[in-house]
Design a protein around this ligand. Structure first.
Ligand SMILES: CC(C)(COP(=O)(O)OP(=O)(O)OC[C@H]1O[C@@H](n2cnc3c(N)ncnc32)[C@H](O)[C@@H]1OP(=O)(O)O)[C@@H](O)C(=O)NCCC(=O)NCCSC(=O)C[C@](C)(O)C(=O)O
Ligand SMILES: [Mg+2]
Length: 359
């Protein structure tokens, strides 16, 4: 049997901070990955503070095995030397079956646990992985005398992880959210793709062949439409996260030069309910910031509907469309997000203020 309701919010080590009862909706439109052991990348990090919602020191894949210790120490040095202001600091630790993860956690929590907001755990298979990290974090937090718990984020990168998605979300009150890990997930599922996220020209539907004089013209020119390989997994993530009060994220888009397709993939995720995406290169930060901020037009419309709906019940016509109790709730989601973002982004605040409805 899993932990009872009475025990669920109890610290897992004597002296560890109390686990959170609620995960705050902090803006995290772009989770920007950098290798803390790469001098060129690390040098750019201080200037990125305030321009991106989350800076993530990556210790796992994309860091060569021989550089693991250097990257870990690099993250400690950067965290100690930098005032992150409104920007969150996350890390992606090595996978739980790797030889590096224990040192990752036993180094990072005592050294910079007071600055780390979230630990991202790769290749999570089920609740047992979260339970392991949860207990270890509590022990390390207690030993280090931390007063704020470090939160946990799981990457969905295996078929078993996707199948166990609900139990992963429910495994600990520290759970902050989930990201899609499309490259490892594709390999684990034996999908026949070789890309890091994004679409594939072979995954499509084709218009029916036209019929002329009772004959089907199979050779005729027909439109085809590329489909989204990740729709099913993202939709599952969104439901599981919403059910548990935590946050879903689209993961990486590896075709750095294709900023147009990156924006499309991010926008699909935004519309489906994700709150952010990963950025692998500085050019992707602006894309995520733009896509995961509601448009001025959408915010203006949402405010009009809320104003017209009074106490939020009944039905009204606005611009020829019916609005009612349910659509006002959608508008409230949009306005709440706009308010959260305006609180940390002066440019957005100005844009959203310019279209404010006067009382
Ligand atoms: C793609 C790469 C190789 C192109 O790197 P580059 O140097 O060739 O690019 P560039 O355009 O020439 O870079 C221009 C400048 O920006 C710097 N730069 C470049 N990137 C960054 C960055 N992220 N943060 C800060 N600075 C950066 C770079 O060092 C350079 O500095 P310089 O002008 O002084 O020479 C490089 O951007 C990179 O390594 N990015 C991070 C990759 C990464 O973290 N991958 C792992 C996440 S995805 C994943 O793991 C999958 C998943 C979820 O697990 C799964 O689906 O299974
Ligand atoms: Mg991966």
């Amino acid at each position: 049997m899993s932990r009872t309701a009475k025990d669920f919010f109890a610290p897992l080590a004597v002296g560890a901070p109390a686990p959170p009862r609620e995960i705050p909706a902090r803006p995290s439109r772009a989770i920007h990955f950098f290798d803390p052991g790469n001098e060129k990348m690390a040098a750019k990090v201080p200037a990125m503070v305030g321009t991106v919602d989350v800076l993530l020191g990556n210790l796992e894949d994309a860091v060569k095995a021989e550089n693991k210790e250097r990257s870990r120490q690099g993250l400690v040095d950067i965290a100690k030397a930098t005032d992150f202001g409104p920007t969150q600091l996350w890390t992606r630790i090595n996978s739980l079956d790797s030889p590096w993860v224990l040192d990752d956690l036993t180094t990072l929590v005592p050294e910079i646990g007071d600055k780390l907001d979230v630990v991202m755990v790769p290749k999570v298979q089920g609740a047992e992985d979260i339970h392991y990290v949860d207990r270890l974090l509590a022990q390390l937090e207690a030993k280090a005398g931390l007063t704020r718990p470090v939160l946990v984020h799981a990457i969905l990168e295996t078929a078993r992880g996707v199948a166990n998605i609900e139990e992963i979300c429910a495994a600990s009150p520290r759970m902050q959210g989930l990201s899609l890990g499309p490259a490892d997930l594709a390999a684990d599922r034996r999908m026949k793709t070789t890309r890091v996220g994004g679409g594939h020209p072979g995954y499509l539907v084709r218009q029916d062949a036209p019929r002329v004089d009772g004959e089907t013209q199979y050779d005729a020119e027909r439109a085809s439409y590329q489909q989204d390989l990740w729709h099913y997994t993202i939709a599952r993530m969104v439901d599981a996260c919403a059910m548990h009060g935590i946050y879903p994220y689209y993961g990486p888009f590896g075709d750095i030069l294709d900023t147009v397709a990156c924006e499309d993939q991010f926008r699909n995720a935004f519309l489906l309910g994700c709150v952010g995406a990963w950025s692998l290169h500085p050019v992707q930060i602006q894309i995520a910031n733009r896509v995961f901020s509601p448009s001025v037009e959408d915010v203006a419309h949402a405010r009009r509907v809320i104003a017209a709906m009074g106490d939020g019940t009944g039905a009204v016509m606005i611009d020829g469309k019916m609005e009612d109790d349910a659509s006002v709730k959608q508008c409230q989601v949009m306005v709440a997000l706009a308010d959260e973002l305006a609180a940390i982004d002066p440019e957005l605040r100005q844009q959203y203020d310019a279209i404010r409805i006067e009382d």
